[in-house]
Structures are given as structure tokens and as C-alpha cells.
Ligand binder design. Sequence first.
Ligand code: FAD
Length: 470
Amino acid sequence: MKYDLVIIGTGFSGTFFLKKYKEKYPDARVLVLERGRKVAHAERLTAAREEKGIDNMPNPWQAAIQKNDDRHQYHFDLAFGGGSNSWWACTPRFLPQDFRLFSLYGQGQDWPISYEDLIPYYTQAEQWMEVSGPAETPFPKIAPYPLPAHKILPFDAILQKKFGSLVHAQATARSPKGGSRTACCANSTCHVCPIQSKFTISEHFSECYEGVELISQAQVVALDLQNGLAQKAIYLQDGKENTVEAELFVLAANPIFNSHIMLNSGDDSLLLGTGVGEQRSLYAELMLGIDNRGGSTTITSNMWMLYDGAFRKEMASCLIESHNPPELIRIEKGKLRHIARFKFIFEDLYKFESAVRLSANRHVPIVSYKGPSDYLKRSVKNLPSRMEKLLRDFPVESISYDRRLSSGESHIIGGHVMGNDPSTSVVDHTQRHHKFRNVYLLGAGSFSSMAAANPSLTLSAMAIRSADLI
Ligand SMILES: Cc1cc2nc3c(=O)[nH]c(=O)nc-3n(C[C@H](O)[C@H](O)[C@H](O)COP(=O)(O)OP(=O)(O)OC[C@H]3O[C@@H](n4cnc5c(N)ncnc54)[C@H](O)[C@@H]3O)c2cc1C
């Protein structure tokens, strides 16, 4: 049987593409191939209670890749619903300036689409995920968030008075009171939300798969590429390779595996698999002169004071998150609650040498990560002095920064960069492959630059746009 469409992967990209596509073509014959299986929420909870940690959850991810750097951990979820199972549900948009990094600051590459092109799709993705957020944001919006904002921490509120919409309750798919999901309990165990407050595809969006054939535990290995078109997908199931034919193939398997499938298929696009990297992050604790507890979710605010400006000619953008974990206390008499924890997320530039490559085993890629760029490192180096200036007039007694960047931010980006020129990109502005016109590569692999804001809302909006423009 030949399908109209084969989708590979059931994370945000695959599922949101599918939902939009089905609205447009309700009678299409669609097959979805998913490498993992549906892992019940109860099973995840049991694993978490046994303190197995996210690396030992029912879908061990580290066995799926070979790495050149043991310190750098790539986090992804090989199960039905992909990263939506283990994400923390932070859903900021990018700023319009992120799409014009080269024109504005002479760094990286411009996107072939603008923020304005994505606005309707951002709005749609926020509605589907029931995102909670504030009225005022530094990025323009055409509709309010579906759910009201969470309650922010007292110190965030003081900063907001000075910095206005550059400090706001984080846009998040962790529900506040009044949504269709349970209200967030601010427990900081979001990778396996015990009360199903965060949006997941598995628990809140699986109805998209009604009327669609879904084969689980089917790992797509390659596409059969002939005469400029993909003819078949070749997938591994129960140790045997099978094939399936279709008119259209949508790869939504994350930047590493999208790249690997195309490399295995013999796609020789110059930039395929290159640039795969991550935003990177650093934590700091701030000793305060005020009581700072009481927010209604686990990450209460986003702060954009270090996000955009002429400094991006020299150093990377940085998004600040204000964290609110229950265990955060200051071990000092009378000051237990006089503390804040900030996370700083930095954008990075693509490095050609950081790349996904083929290994001797055609089912496992090698991911070679060459570390962050000098652009990112300059931003990290300048962070303490910039923060000191920013916080000069506020009740901050001291700040202690982590000595090292976190070992992985779980925001994997790059590998099949999007652009208008086939010599400097792999996919076009709709994420359609420049050479194989019945193949789409969806997800953060297509981002033309990394930005510093969490990627999943943007890649979800892009997936909806791709389906809409078919
Ligand atoms: C712990 C953690 C916290 C995170 N928190 C946030 C956050 O707060 N905000 C945010 O924006 N992002 C967050 N992320 C990142 C987010 O999860 C990813 O950006 C997002 O999941 C990418 O979506 P995707 O659909 O492109 O890929 P994925 O969600 O990774 O989905 C890919 C799917 O393809 C399947 N697959 C892979 N290879 C194959 C194959 N060969 N054949 C068939 N199927 C295949 C996988 O099993 C999976 O189901 C977090 C990630 C982690 C791990």
C-alpha cells in the first residue's frame, strides 16, 4: 500500500504537523513511524520514584548515539510524544531580532522567514498547548495567551517595576488554576510532572492519532532516494528491515536523527548534519535582602535585559529564568527565604565541525560536539559585571555563579539549516528539502540561528506553518 504521507517521529514537530495536515486533508492515508513506544505516565512515575534519574527512564537515550565528548550530555526522549514527555514546558517566543541576526549584528545567518511570518502559527501552537502567560511581553502578539499568567516571585516583581515587560511571568505550558489540566504544584520535578499539569502529547494530544496508522518501535534507518525524490522509508522493527512507500515523507525525529536518516540515505548536501549544537546554560544563586518565596510555578519569570542589543555584535544573547524549587533555602538564621536562583541560557553560533556523522553501525550516529563558540564564551565571561550593573539598585547582597556551564541544555539545534540558497542551507523556508522535494525535515535542526529562548514553541509553530503551506 502506498501512503499519501509518512511521518517519522511523534514529538512536537511530527504531531503538530499531523494535526494541521489532517485539518487540510482529512481523507489522506497517513502512516506514522515512531521509534519508541507509548510509556504510561504511571511507568514514568515509578521510574522517577525509584530515583533512576532522567538518564535511566524507560527510554534510555544515551545508547542511541555515539559521542566524542563524555562530559556533554544530549537529552532527548525516544518514546511516543518525544521530548514533550520530559520537557519543562517553558514556551517563550523568539524575538523578531532573532530572525535577523546577520543583518542586525553581522553574526550567524538571517532566517528566510520573519517573526511576522510565524505570528499566526505561534498563536495556534499556544492555543493547542494551552499556554499561560502575561498581557505584556517583549515580543508582539495578536491574541492574549489562552490562560492567565502564573504568580511570580517577590524579587521578580521588584525587577518588573523597573524593567517593565522585559521581566514577566514566564509563558509556559504548565497550567495555572483555571485550565483544563491540574494547576502546577511548583514541585520542580517537571521531567515527569507527577500531576500532569504540563502539556504532553501522550496525555493531552493523542487524539491527533485517531484515524491514522501508527507503528511503534519502528526505527527509520533511511529513505530510498531516486531521481530527486524519496520513494520509500526503510525501517527497523523486531530486528528486521521493512519498507513503506509514500508520496510525501516528513522527518520529525529531532536534529540528530533527521540528519542521520538523510546521511544514511546518501544525501550529500554540503551542510547536512553540520552545526549540531545546543544553547548552553549557567546557574547562579542570589542572596537577597528580602523574603522571596510564593510563586505558583517552578520557573516563575523570564527576563530579557541581556537578550538583545548592539552587544550581539560581540557576544551572545542571554535569556534569564527565575527558578522556584522547593528545596531552595539559604542556610542562615532569619534569612531562610532570602534567596533567588537564576538560570542564564545563552545562544550559540553554529560550528561546521560540530556534526552528526555516520558510524560503522548504520543504526547509531556519531555526534561530534566541539564545544561552545567564543561568541558564547564572551557572554558568559561578561555576565557577572553586566549583572552587577543591572542589579545595583536592588536588595542583592551577593551572587554566586556556577563554575561551569551545565553539561547539556536539552535544546538540540542545527543539522539541516533553513535558507533560500541551497548552497548555504539544506531546507527551504517551509522546511522542504532543497533537493528532494517530497521530503520535509522538521524541528530545531532547521533553525537558521540558535537564539537563546527555549526552542519548542518556535519549532512547533514552524511545523504548523509547513503543513499549512503544502
Ligand atoms: C529534560 C528536558 C527538558 C526540556 N525542556 C524544554 C522546555 O522547557 N522548553 C523547550 O522549548 N524545550 C525543552 N526541551 C527540548 C524539547 O524537548 C525539544 O526541543 C523538542 O522535544 C523537540 O521536538 P521535536 O518534535 O522536533 O523532536 P522530539 O520531541 O525529540 O521527537 C522526536 C521523535 O522522533 C522519534 N524518533 C527518533 N528517531 C527516530 C527514527 N529513526 N525513526 C522513528 N522515530 C524516531 C523519537 O522517538 C521521538 O518521538 C527539553 C528537553 C528535555 C530532554
